[in-house]
Ligand binder design. Sequence first.
Ligand code: PGA
Length: 255
Amino acid sequence: MKKGKLIVGNWKMNPQTTRDAAKLFKDVAREARTITKASVAVCVPDVYLNPLAALKEKKVSLGAQDLFWEKEGAFTGEASAAMVANSGAKMVIVGHSERRARGESDEDIARKVKAALAAKLVPILCVGERERAGEGEHISFVTAQLTAALKGLPRADASRVVVAYEPIWAIGKQAKRSATKEEGLEMAIVIRRTLSHLFTRPVAESMPILYGGSVDEKNAKDFLFDAGMDGLLVGRASLSAKTFGGIIRTTNTGI
Ligand code: PGA
């Protein structure tokens, strides 16, 4: 994959109405008009996929925030990979820490990655440690998460996977800070090395690595240009088209 940067907004359980979702989506598309060196996407609640896809905005792709690995049947409340793909999603977040916190296991996540790939969706696999405790523990933790989710995938499939490094301590309102560019760079190297071991170096190099966790207009360029990241996964700051616009425009100006 990997051509230019990839900036993905994660709207989480926002906004509250289809009308507000359509407005935000159109405003983001307007901001994305002048972007030449990056792809832009937003991962939205499933209920907004169809109405937003109908707007046919070319500059912003749509993604889902989760899926279920079974194809059909008695799974109340779930949506299959084919369903989200048929509703207009091109990608899907898998294993976000907010879903892992609700009981999703590594095995579940591995199944979801496979289901996404089978439906021709790009899985954005989220990994990241809860806290920075002992020496190097975050490194073995993230390596284990990646291995559990991806081991055994055929190389051709692996090359369609995006990995997002999202340290849990840096995510959301309760976060005190984002990661630093040095912390980001260390993990970009760790992730790339793990992917090389799993799939060979050329495959690892074709897999985009995103950073997520308190990304804003100020720190975006640190991760994009100094931390070895191929893009960003943006939560809160993606809910304002103006702020998200500022973040995506960083890709035009950076070296
Ligand atoms: P945040 O969330 O940017 O609001 O910290 C990131 C995420 O959870 O994907």
